[in-house]
Design a protein around this ligand. Sequence first.
Ligand SMILES: [Zn+2]
Length: 504
Amino acid sequence: MASDNRHAQRIVVGIDGSSSSGHLPPARSSIPCSPRRLAGSRFLGAALAAAVLVAPCTVATAGTASAAVAGEPGAPGQGDPYFPLAGNGGYTVGHYDLGLAYDPATRRMKGDATLSARAVQDLSAFDLDLSGLTVTGVTVGGKEARFERRGQELVITPGRVLRRGAAFEVRVAYSGVPQYVTDPDGSEDGWIATDDGAFVAGEPQGAMSWFPSDNLPLDKASYSFRVTVPAGYTAVCNGELTSQRTRNGMTTFRWEQTQPMASYLATATVGKFEVERYTTASGVPVYNAVDPRESADAAPALAKIPEILDWGTTLFGPYPFSSAGAIVDRAPDAGYALETQSRPLYDRAPNVGTVVHEMAHQWFGDSVSLTNWRDIWLDEGFATYAEWLWQEQHGGTSAQARFDQYYALPATDGIWAFPTADPGEGADIFASPVYDRGAMVLHELRSAVGDARFFNILKTWAREHRYGNGTTAEFVALSERMSHQDLGPLFHTWLFTAGKPARS
Ligand SMILES: [Zn+2]
């Protein structure tokens, strides 16, 4: 994510116009945990196979029905330090099939979501994350299931216990006017209506404003999108456009994101867009959708996409996804850009630095994802440092000079407000100590181990955790393994120690 300068309360060292913002006022306190449900127990009277649609799977059969199966409800959250109710326990999702119809005039949505999941415990009930909207029906394995709403939790009780290891499909029908989520830092995310559609950016919580999910980056899945909008509007999602058909004044866009994706990186942005399609010399299909009011200003930065892709591939290893591009909207209420997977989303015409930032996230954040939100510097510190590297290698300020500019900031400056790898609370995950000090951490590492080893570490990190997740501890361990150096003091000081670090 990259914040716009116009929304920043304070700007740190505006070197190329892409600097990060300071703190925004907190909008509310943290979300309280809902009480754990009591475990229910059930007897399996008949085959569970009817509740299971996806093979291969482990199911109880009539022959084993004599054994009682007492499942337990899945947890309502995964214990993330900042967003305790994000994600859910008891299952993982392999694929989302999202059918949406959206009318920009009335802002009404009709949704039909099918999740292909697998139980990781004997499951008597489980939650999906969904905020607002009206749920009109839920089935599990094609059979109606009981459901209730508890805040952002959609609690689903299937007719039979889902056995551990069993694959199952849960289908949710819903409708209403989606409402964006307000995050602890006061920013809006999720489904944000615009004057010609919707800007759909879900970091960190907003996916639940438009589809039911296991809303934590740890549970990545592939996605199919089927979005219907009035003719003349374009719906842009992640991955590849597989069909676009207009009938009776409505156009349906089908998109496929085959590589694993965290829910917050999904988009279904709707607007009146100019579309540009081509394939880069390196063979990556590009799909750009641009609000005509932004297209002249956006053109210079968008023209750099093939070059940035090749540059990233040289520095970080193979581009992780099977397509690329950009969505340039006009969304003044959002005030930021987001690295929506394969196709970053901009709230206005971006500059080159912002495009470099969001495209670097394709390696760091999208392909290698967070395990919990406290480690957000693994996304933002890396993407910010990519901006430094781009500048350094394209005739601009050197990374060392930029480091020195930040380091010259007084000890009272907000950049030193908290340690990079311990933001302390969810309101601070998009603040300067994560972005700018996060980039400084990487520069300190580079200075300590030398260029060859440093860039090898970045490539290895991208390769070893490709399509998966990583933690700060794993990055520290990798850096030490590859450099054969004790980097404990460096990381301890720069990642975990409060205040302005002493010069090493
Ligand atoms: Zn970012």
